[in-house]
Design a protein around this ligand. Structure first.
Ligand SMILES: CC(C)(COP(=O)(O)OP(=O)(O)OC[C@H]1O[C@@H](n2cnc3c(N)ncnc32)[C@H](O)[C@@H]1OP(=O)(O)O)[C@@H](O)C(=O)NCCC(=O)NCCS
Length: 196
């Protein structure tokens, strides 16, 4: 797949709120899409999941430090459509050019569940972790993931998007470029946040 690093976002939006399909139109004509998978998507999801190394899966799982992520592709595809509830969870598949390039777990909670982040207890919080397929690392998936998850958190009326990530490997650097504030560090874990 061609890199997306030389592209810019042209338009960002929700294509279908009844199916949780979110997109960014890229300047080269492609679309970066995040959507909640359905039963019919199971085969493709399983195939894509197998193309991620154990190490990258481990990082993805560890980033879900509070909630247990959904790593079974059958369960992901049967999961009820997320409609804005708190607590809530939305499993998402990430696609470019109709090819799966990654996975995302998006959690919604109240601030009271995030004592390390210095946010109001009643604020609605979005928290997303991602993994890109090994062969699609370094071509812009993380960059556009960061932009689109902010949009999704706003779409669901979150006041904050929060993250727990690692000092090496991309997400922290990418999000700092997108205006995230680092608020703490414990060993190899970084806490950061952005007001929406
Ligand atoms: C974390 C992860 C998603 C990073 O994504 P990635 O797709 O490899 O990263 P990108 O290609 O988007 O970014 C690489 C660089 O290009 C830049 N970039 C990419 N596309 C760009 C664009 N269109 N415009 C400007 N800059 C861009 C990024 O800012 C980044 O810059 P840097 O070199 O200064 O860090 C990926 O490495 C991964 O899946 N890791 C394993 C799981 C994991 O660690 N998850 C983190 C838990 S949240």
């Amino acid at each position: 797949m061609r890199t997306m690093r030389d592209t810019t976002p042209m338009k960002i939006g929700c294509h279908d709120p009844m199916r949780n399909i979110f997109y960014i139109n890229l300047s080269d004509g492609r679309d970066f899409v995040m959507y909640q998978p359905r039963k019919k998507d199971r085969g493709g999801q399983k195939k894509a999941w197998k193309q991620i190394s154990d190490d990258n899966k481990r990082r993805y799982r560890r980033a879900n430090y509070m909630d247990v992520g959904l790593y079974d592709m059958n369960e992901r595809c049967k999961f009820p459509l997320y409609k804005g509830e708190v607590p809530g969870m939305m499993p998402l598949s990430v696609e470019v050019d109709e090819r799966i390039v990654g996975f995302c777990d998006f959690f919604f909670r109240y601030g009271e569940d995030f004592p390390n982040f210095n946010v109001d207890p009643e604020d609605k919080i979005g928290n997303a972790s991602i993994v890109a397929l090994d062969k699609y690392q370094g071509i812009g998936v993380g960059h556009y993931f960061s932009l689109l998850t902010e949009f999704i958190a706003r779409h669901y009326e979150c006041q904050w998007i929060l993250g727990v990530t690692f000092p090496t490997g991309g997400t922290w650097r990418i999000r700092r470029k997108h205006g995230w504030e680092t608020i703490g560090r414990q060993g190899k874990i970084i806490y950061h946040r952005k007001r929406l």
